[in-house]
Design a binder for this molecule. Structure first.
Ligand SMILES: [Zn+2]
Ligand SMILES: [Zn+2]
Length: 135
């Protein structure tokens, strides 16, 4: 545990883990999140700027929620989040479906075909012994 200044309001607080904001600011942010979620339910095709202005939340904060897959924008809302791998426009998360699938496949292959464990071959020693015997 350490004492730290809140990133948002500057107040000192006891920091354990997670975002470096005090409990009061964390609560306020959660409240904002609920507000934004509610707003998106009513304004399904609102753009990220509209959401930001209507709810007084920074665009970066909204994008972070989208990256964390806590918020999802509708098709056509122009949220402007890009796949971190190929740059294609996506509505939620960090990667587009194509890249996500590719990654899942890669992971699947890695697990499906494990590298043969390196076996110590006692035969080698025997060969060496035989070799030594010959000398
Ligand atoms: Zn604070
Ligand atoms: Zn992609």
């Amino acid at each position: 545990m350490e004492v730290m200044n809140c990133k948002t309001c500057g107040r000192l607080f006891n920091y354990y883990n997670g975002p470096k904001v005090c409990p009061a600011c964390k609560d306020a942010l959660e409240e904002k999140f609920r507000q934004v979620k509610e707003y998106l339910r009513e304004h399904k095709v609102a753009s990220i700027t509209e959401v930001s202005e209507a709810n007084e939340v920074s665009v970066n904060q909204i994008k972070q929620w989208v990256r964390e897959e806590r918020l999802a924008f509708q098709e056509g809302s122009g949220v402007g989040i890009e796949c971190e791998n190929c740059g294609a426009e996506i509505l939620t998360g960090r990667f587009c479906t194509k890249c996500k699938n590719a990654m899942v496949n890669e992971l699947g292959n890695a697990f499906g075909k494990p590298k043969a464990p390196v076996e110590k071959k006692p035969a080698k020693d025997k060969d060496r012994m035989r070799f030594l015997d010959k000398q």
